[in-house]
Design a protein. Structure first.
Length: 155
């Protein structure tokens, strides 16, 4: 990879997002937790969340990833509160299509992911870019499963 490729890939906006990731940390009383790892690069993202009425009411993330993965987590963290699973899945799928198939930028409120368009040319980074979304979806599913288990024991 040439120096100009690196400069294009790690633009100032990507680096700014990576330096200011919302909701860093953990939630002690999370409804759901998940940790995902990108095997090719070793990036990891762990997510804790609480749900209310099928939407994310509280969110925390621990992001150990390259600047691209961090930027993706930053955009997600900025808009994740109040989102339901369908919205998150649609954003994740649109992000993957944007990267792998030169698809359009994800719809608002996830349109900030457009900053990651240069990552299209680096397939080995795609898993890291998708990681925060995949961990969030897995944590969402874990919360729903835990709630169903509690309800079945109570009933």
């Amino acid at each position: 990879m040439s120096d100009s490729d690196l400069i294009k890939l790690y633009s100032q906006r990507i680096l700014a997002l990576a330096a200011d990731i919302p909701h860093l940390g953990t939630l002690a009383d999370a409804d759901g937790h998940a940790r995902k790892r990108a095997p090719m690069c070793g990036s990891t993202v762990a997510v804790d969340l609480r749900l209310k009425d099928g939407r994310i009411a509280a969110f925390a993330q621990d992001v150990q990833a390259c600047a691209l993965g961090q930027a993706s987590a930053s955009v997600l963290g900025d808009v994740v509160l109040g989102r339901n699973r369908a919205e998150l899945q649609a954003a994740r799928d649109a992000l993957e299509a944007m990267l792998r198939d030169s698809g359009p930028t994800p719809d608002a409120p996830f349109d900030g992911l457009a900053v990651l368009i240069p990552a299209r040319e680096y397939p080995n980074r795609h898993a890291s870019v998708l990681l925060a979304f995949e961990a969030t979806l897995a944590a969402f599913d874990a919360a729903v499963t835990a709630d169903a288990d509690r309800n079945s024991r109570a009933g």
